[in-house]
Design a protein around this ligand. Sequence first.
Ligand code: ADP
Length: 270
Amino acid sequence: RRGMHLEFNITLFGRNDRLIVVHDVTRLVNLEQMRKDFVANVSHELRTPLTVLSGYIETMDMQADMLPPRWGRMLSQMSQQSQRMEHLIRDLLTLSRLETAQHEPPKLVAIPGLLSSIINDAKAVSSERGHQITLSIETEYSPLGYHDELRSAFSNLVVNAVKYTPDNGHVDVRWYEQDGFVCLAVIDDGMGIADHHIPRLTERFYRADPSRNQATGGTGLGLAIVKHVLLRHDGDLVIKSQVGKGSTFCARIPLHRCRLATSECNASAA
Ligand code: ADP
């Protein structure tokens, strides 16, 4: 039947016998599609009224010195919360796009230029907190994939490392090859994460310590985005951490999705 989704499990017995179990997963697939459409539509619809509200808040903020002090404080709260909502909607739309995006032909993404630019952006934000961020490129492999998606995933990892590392901390970014993968490791000496949180960090809205994280802002969607981007590159995310010592987030892409990129190619792409 058209529109029907079936899942087949085939088990081999001896040389000639097979057990074939067929599951009708049509309802599950349709429900999942409804969820994706719902999130995409709601996020899209929320964007317009929020843009109008933010515009008014900004205009009032420009004349804040004419307002009584209590109103000024309320205005700054309103501005913070509307920014938070804008980030939330931006991340929800990014996730929706990742879930529904067609697979266009992948292109070579020159990693040295991409990582230098991500790190320059991070340094601009973190410089007043005294962080040291280093980059080492140890392999000439670059992935065949989607530039903007990889930029958003890798940038999320670097921004998190800075966000969850106290002032004057260190963040090392390494690009290297190991065990059939190329890896982007983002290593920090920050607050670390307790073991029981680690398997859940890539779930939407999961935050290891919501009260402590309140101060750092964020939507709880960053690592869900990272996971989806890596899945679209046949890769995965490996997380290791120790509370009080720091964390290593390793984004891995299999070597069969990579090509050796010459230095000229990297320079021109940068
Ligand atoms: P957000 O940073 O917006 O809360 P993420 O999905 O990017 O959401 O991260 C989920 C949670 O993982 C964070 O709330 C934080 O608790 C934890 N986390 C992520 N990166 C780090 C890191 N480098 N060090 C410590 N905790 C981290």
